[in-house]
Ligand binder design. Sequence first.
Ligand SMILES: O=P(O)(O)OC[C@@H](O)[C@H]1O[C@@H](OP(=O)(O)O)[C@@H](O)[C@@H](O)[C@@H]1O
Ligand SMILES: [Mg+2]
Ligand SMILES: [Zn+2]
Length: 183
Amino acid sequence: MTRAVFLDRDGVVNRDHAYVHRWEDFEFVPGALDAARRLADAGFRLVIVTNQSGIARGYYTEAQYFALTERMCAVFERQGAPLAAVYHCPHHPAGSVVAFARECDCRKPRPGMILRAAAEHLLSLPESILVGDKLSDIEAARAAGVGRAYLVRSGNEASMPDIGTADAAYADLAQCVDALLHT
Ligand SMILES: O=P(O)(O)OC[C@@H](O)[C@H]1O[C@@H](OP(=O)(O)O)[C@@H](O)[C@@H](O)[C@@H]1O
Ligand SMILES: [Mg+2]
Ligand SMILES: [Zn+2]
C-alpha cells in the first residue's frame, strides 16, 4: 500500500479567490508546487480532493472545471510533481443546477472523495496525510481515517481562531512540508 498526501485545492494549491474556474484567475500559492515536488520525491502519491459547489450553484460548468483541472495538472507534471488523481465534489444541497443540487457523500467534511481515492489507488490511509485550509477539510480526513491532517492559513479562513482536530497549523503548504520533511 502506498502513502498519499491529500491536498485541498482552493486555499492550499491556489489562492482562494472564491469559486475559481478560469485559468487566468488560478494563482498558485507561492511555494506550493515546489512543496508538492518535495512530497513526490519523498515517495508520497499526490491526490487533490476539492469541493466544487460552484458547479451546483451554476457559477461555472463541470466542463469548465475539467478544462481548468487539465491546465493545473499539466503544470504539476512540468514541475516534477505529477498528480496521481484529482477528485472533485460538484454537489451542493442548495444548488440551482438540478443535476448537482443534492446532499452527497463526497462533499467535505464527508470522506467520500478520500475513500474513493484510497480504493482506486490502493492507498494506506493511516500512513497518509491531508493538508487543507478549512476545518471541514480536517474533518473529512478524520472521518476517512487519514493518519495526519494539517491546516494551512493560506486560504480565506486565515483568521480561523483554532485548529480544531488538526495535528498542526502552518502558514502554507511550503512551511508544512518543511516541517514534515525536516528541511
Ligand atoms: O477548498 P476546496 O475544497 O478546494 O474548494 C473550495 C471552493 O469550492 C469554494 O468553496 C466555497 O465554499 P462552499 O462550497 O460554497 O461551502 C467557498 O469557500 C469558496 O470561497 C471556495 O472557492
Ligand atoms: Mg480550500
Ligand atoms: Zn458530492
